[in-house]
Structure formats: C-alpha cells, structure tokens
Design a protein around this ligand. Structure first.
Ligand code: G
Ligand code: G
Ligand code: MN
Ligand code: NA
Length: 254
C-alpha cells in the first residue's frame, strides 16, 4: 500500500508532515482563545493526502499511535511558544482517534510530552468524537478522569453526528462540546437547526460545559450563535486553518 509505505517514511523523517492551526474566538469579545491543530501531509510523489485518509491508513497498519504522538508533541511544542502573549495564553486542541486513546501508555505519554515541551496541562485540549468515546468508555474512563484531574481539557467533537447515548456526558469529565458544523450550516434560516442548536447550548450549559460552534461561515450564523449564548466560534468566517508561521503572525498583529 503506497500510503502505508509513505507513512512509515514520514514518521522517520517528518518530511512533508505539518500541523495547521485554525484559531477559535470568544463569542462575547472576539478574543482569540486558542487554536485547533489539524494534520496536513503533502507527499513528494503522492501529493496532498487528506488527514482522514492518513488517519485511517495509520489505524489499519498500527502507525496511528506513532502519528498521534507526533501530532500531540508538535502541537504542545508550538503552544508552549504562545504562552507569553498580551491577550493571554492560547489553548491548543488536538484530535485523538479511538486506537490512539486505547493505547495503554496514552496518559503517561501525554504527560511526558507536556513536561518535555514545557506546556501547562490546562493549555492542552483533547478532542474526542462521540464514537471514540462510546468505543472506549469503559476502558478509558479512568485515563480520561486522570487527564482531567491533571488539568487537560476534554472536548466532545462533531457533537450530534455520532452514536450518542449521552451517557458519557454524565460519566466523563468533559469540559467542552463542539456542535458539528452540519447544524450550523442552515442557520439562521432553518427552524430545525435553530431548535437543535438552542437545545445543545442549553444542555451544555446545564451540565457546566462550554460550547464551541464549528463551521461558522457567515456573519449571520455568527450573530445568531452569539445571541443564542454560544461561547466560542470557529470557522471560515473568522479564519481558515493556516501554517504555524502565519498563525503566529496573526497573533502578533492582534
Ligand atoms: O482539517 P480537515 O477538515 O481536512 O480535517 C478532516 C478531518 O480529519 C477532521 O474530522 C479532523 O478532525 C480530522 N483530523 C485532522 N487532523 C487530525 C489529527 O491530527 N488526528 C486525527 N485523529 N484526526 C485529525
Ligand atoms: O472533525 P473536525 O471538527 O475536527 O474537523 C475540522 C475540520 O473542519 C478542519 O479540517 C477544517 O478544515 C474544517 N473547517 C473548519 N472551519 C470550517 C468552516 O467554516 N466550514 C467548513 N466547511 N469546514 C470547516
Ligand atoms: Mn476537531
Ligand atoms: Na469537529
């Protein structure tokens, strides 16, 4: 398999592997609160390999744990540089797949990376989809509780699209819920989307979770979400994912 071969190579030399960062903004005062790290991989011969494809291949051939720690380490290293800012430090969010969370070493490795890179635990957020949480709930509950106790933030990603039983909302120490962009897309015109978004915000706040809206593409969507009480906005209306140099220039310009 060509991608598997390339993946083995890139995990040796890091050639063509990068993280892009998409900033997220406070809904109330538009302050930059942090960024989501998104994997980008451009191979010399194969060209741009979509992150989901890279993650799927990595899961199949057992390289996901290695790739996942590369992502966590790179994001923590970058975020450690962002701490001394006038607006306040920025939290970095990374996406973690099921296999990666299932690694028995996960807790230990993440804590090692935080220490080695000099990033306080509360400046790291781990994004888990509902499906990842459902598949790992019993096996990983203690890991997630321990991470949370140590200060790492846990977020539910793509909320509303997975197999949600909502049980994990009671059982796991989540800090944030990210409303999937499919519910944001038809705001503010479509009544069903408005009802769902309002209900998710009420549910989250009732449980003491912060809410991020993903995929905010228009000013009208942003206005609706601010009025609805959403806490954090993320989407092309504000900024696209960008290379780290550009993200740091954007910080400097603010
Ligand atoms: O950034 P983009 O829209 O291309 O990302 C596509 C998908 O790939 C998203 O669902 C995103 O969560 C996922 N993704 C991006 N980077 C990573 C990563 O580092 N690890 C994992 N597990 N998924 C990622
Ligand atoms: O699954 P996850 O939420 O991690 O996916 C993040 C992906 O969403 C990123 O790959 C990013 O490129 C994409 N994304 C971010 N903002 C927007 C947006 O406003 N519109 C759309 N369509 N995609 C977005
Ligand atoms: Mn995400
Ligand atoms: Na998401």
């Amino acid at each position: 398999h060509a991608i598997e071969q390339a993946l083995r190579q890139v995990l040796e030399d890091g050639e063509g592997l990068a993280l892009h960062y998409q900033p997220v903004f406070s809904a109330t005062d538009r302050r930059m609160m942090g960024a989501e790290a998104l994997l980008r991989w451009t191979h010399a011969r194969l060209g741009a390999i979509p992150p989901l494809e890279a993650v799927m291949v990595a899961e199949e051939c057992g390289l996901i744990v290695h790739l996942g720690y590369w992502v966590v380490r790179t994001a923590c290293r970058d975020a450690a540089r962002w701490q001394a800012r006038a607006e306040g430090p920025l939290r970095v969010a990374v996406n973690v797949s099921a296999r990666q969370l299932g690694d028995p070493q996960f807790l230990e490795r993440v804590m090692d990376i935080l220490r080695e890179e000099g990033l306080p635990a509360h400046l790291l957020e781990i994004e888990l989809t509902e499906t990842v949480l459902m598949e790992n709930m019993d096996a990983c509950a203690s890991t997630l509780h321990r991470l949370s106790q140590l200060g790492v933030h846990l977020a539910i990603d793509d909320f509303g699209t997975g197999y949600s039983s909502l049980a994990y909302l009671r059982r796991l120490p989540m800090k944030r819920l990210k409303i999937d962009r499919s519910f944001i897309r038809d705001l503010p015109g479509q009544e069903h989307s408005r009802m769902i978004v309002n209900a998710i915000i009420a549910l989250s706040h009732g449980l003491g979770l912060a809410v991020t809206a993903e995929g905010v593409e228009t000013r009208e969507q942003a206005d609706y979400l601010v009025d609805a009480g959403c806490d954090v906005l993320q989407g092309f209306a504000f900024a696209r994912p960008m290379p780290v140099e550009q993200f740091e220039q954007m910080q400097a310009a603010r």
